[in-house]
Design a protein around this ligand. Structure first.
Ligand code: GRF
Length: 192
């Protein structure tokens, strides 16, 4: 079995969508939800969906040692970031080369980087009068939103769109594509 850990800091609608998508899959399972926020709604969702979850403090994510021990103990093969707002420590990056992916709610390299998350991204898209925006699924490296791009999908930004309208379109693209792309990546990989 390929074991995924989903890292999330917030609501976790993408986490829920990923869990449901892989439910019953014979080769891939979401084994854990990991959060750096004790009261993140994603932990409620995990509970409802019967997926084990664990909290690590922001301090644990500074050096990554405890998190790394946990990932090794649980034999996690692949990490999916879904609204996870901390940087991944370098020891975890080293142990999971090309095995950590993130989704960003814009067409990177536009509107990425530190502090660019959630509605801030969509507001920047509107402020810049962009005619289109979308999603980027990419590998994770030591810099925010700079790892190799795996997949992008676009949607139109209408003149009448506000932040909520853009967020809704982008979220829909996330739900439509993130689980499928993660599945495609994992189906082309070999784990021992
Ligand atoms: C998503 O928009 C994703 O692109 C970004 O964080 C957001 C998480 O939303 N990385 P949710 O917690 O999955 O609802």
């Amino acid at each position: 079995m390929i074991k995924i850990a989903i890292f999330a800091s917030g609501s976790g609608s993408n986490a829920e969508n990923l869990i449901k998508y892989f439910n019953g899959n014979k080769r891939i399972e979401v084994a854990y939800v990991v959060s750096n926020k004790k009261d993140a709604y994603v932990l409620e969702r995990a509970k409802k969906l019967n997926i084990p979850s664990i909290f690590f403090s922001n301090k644990d994510f500074e050096d990554g040692n405890e998190v790394l021990k946990f990932l090794i103990k649980e034999k996690i093969n692949f990490i999916v970031l879904a609204g996870f707002l901390k940087k991944i420590p370098s020891n975890i990056l080293r142990l999971f080369p090309s095995n950590i992916v993130n989704i960003h709610p814009s067409l990177l390299p536009k509107f990425g980087g530190r502090g660019m998350y959630g509605d801030k991204v969509h507001q920047a898209v509107l402020d810049n009068n962009e005619k289109e925006t979308g999603i980027t699924i990419h590998y994770v490296n030591e810099n925010y939103d700079e790892g190799q791009i795996i997949f992008q999908e676009k949607c139109l930004v209408e003149a009448s769109d506000n932040v909520d309208a853009v967020a809704k379109k982008v979220h829909q693209l996330e739900y439509d594509y993130y689980p499928k792309i993660v599945g495609d990546i994992l189906n082309n990989k070999c784990y021992f």
